[in-house]
Design a binder for this molecule. Structure first.
Ligand SMILES: [Fe+2]
Length: 410
């Protein structure tokens, strides 16, 4: 930089404060240039540091924002805990860890998720909260970091052996501590800073809120399932021979759905549809419903209307839209000719094809007013005989395999 350029730079910063410079000796110019060069280097260093701090803060802000969105993206407890442990290990740069939740009813901790060697495990192990270390974390409600791990060899999650460091963070709910996160073995030589702990604390607070929301969601869902169960039992109760029918059909349908690898939502829909599949029978007169045999054509036509009636009853409930096809089509036949729509093959919704097999099996293995139970083996044989005509052969195959694999009364 020339002196002229320097003068211009100074002028541009504070032109009003520039006073005339009087030179006292020959060496002063060199000294001045030296001093100014040192100032310039110091200023450049400060600017670089300030930019880096700003970038770090921006990165932290975006990381927290992203992490918060991810944590809030699910209300399913298992999924939430998997996301939480993965995220905390990544942010804290630690190797393995676990999340324990306080079981309110029995005042103990349950290990809900473990991540060890990149593998997520689902242990549900109970821990005695009298364990000195855990009690301290819960009582004090503060994060705890230690390199002296010999004192805390086992926190009950099975990860404590031979660890080099442990970070335990309480999960603060709205009113009380609802659990503890344990993270083990720092992967880098970098020490955990105050900022790192702050970020981890912010995220664990978010995780705790999400856990409480997930618990609430699960309670509401359970209430909804119980209401549906009660509704279904009103149908079963109309006939002493069909007591528990809907619940058993739901149980068999769920077993088939699990074998098919259905998602959690699909499995819930299948269970609900199976529980409510005959809800349309609610308006059927008892004398038709209980008639042991010899239904007139008219009476049979009346019975055949129950899938449509059931669909009509529930069509206005938005939350149940996905289950309507299961109710409407559970009496379709795979080769066609069933009711109400005479659908055929792949046109029949999967949910209905599953319920159809489960319904038939339960009907055959229950006593009826006109006959006693056929027994499991005979029922399975008849279902196999109807693969491709009444039932989808794929579903029959899965159901028969389930039955034979476990060799149990399904
Ligand atoms: Fe039915």
């Amino acid at each position: 930089m020339s002196i002229k350029e320097l003068i211009n730079a100074i002028n541009s910063i504070s032109p009003d404060n520039i006073k005339p410079i009087e030179m006292q000796s020959e060496g002063e110019i060199e000294e001045l240039i030296d001093a100014l060069n040192r100032l310039l280097i110091a200023l450049q260093k400060k600017t670089t540091e300030a930019t880096k701090n700003l970038e770090d803060k921006n990165f932290t802000f975006y990381a927290i924002n992203y992490a918060t969105k991810l944590i809030g993206s699910t209300l399913e407890m298992k999924e939430l805990l998997d996301i939480a442990i993965n995220m905390l290990l990544e942010i804290a740069e630690m190797e393995k860890g676990s999340i324990m939740l306080v079981n309110k009813d029995i005042s103990e901790l349950m290990v809900e998720v473990i991540k060890d060697f990149d593998e997520i495990k689902d242990p549900s192990k109970k821990i005695d909260t009298h364990e000195e270390f855990l009690t301290r974390i819960i009582k004090e409600g503060k994060p705890f970091f230690s390199n002296e791990t010999e004192k805390f060899q086992d926190l009950g999650d099975g990860l404590g052996a031979n660890v080099k460091s442990v970070l335990s963070i309480p999960l603060m709910g709205k009113e009380e501590i609802i659990g503890v996160v344990n993270l083990y073995n720092h992967l880098t030589n970098k020490e955990l800073t105050h900022d790192d702990l702050n970020i981890i604390s912010i995220l664990t607070s978010q995780i705790a809120v999400s856990i409480e929301n997930a618990r609430l969601f699960s309670q509401i869902k359970q209430f909804f399932f119980n209401t549906v169960k009660a509704l279904a039992s009103t149908i079963d109760a109309k006939d002493p021979y069909t007591y528990g029918h809907s619940e058993r059909v739901a149980q068999y349908s769920l077993a088939i759905a699990e074998e098919l690898g259905c998602s959690l939502k699909e499995k819930e829909d299948i269970q609900l549809a199976a529980m409510l599949h005959d809800i349309g029978k609610i308006g059927l007169p008892d004398e038709i419903l209980h008639k042991p045999s010899g239904l007139t054509d008219e009476e049979f036509e009346e019975i055949k209307r129950h899938p449509l009636k059931g669909s009509k009853i529930l069509e206005h409930i938005k939350e149940l839209t996905a289950i309507i096809p299961g109710m409407r089509h559970h009496h379709e036949r795979f080769e066609g000719g069933g009711y109400p729509d005479k659908l055929k093959g792949e046109d029949i919704p999967l949910i209905a094809k599953i319920i159809s097999v489960a319904d038939a099996y339960d009907a055959m293995t229950s006593d009826r007013s006109y006959r006693t139970s056929l027994g499991s083996d005979e029922a399975i044989k008849r279902i196999k005989d109807c693969a491709g005509t009444q039932f989808d052969p794929k579903i029959v195959n899965i159901f028969v395999n389930l039955f034979e694999k476990d060799n149990r009364e399904l």
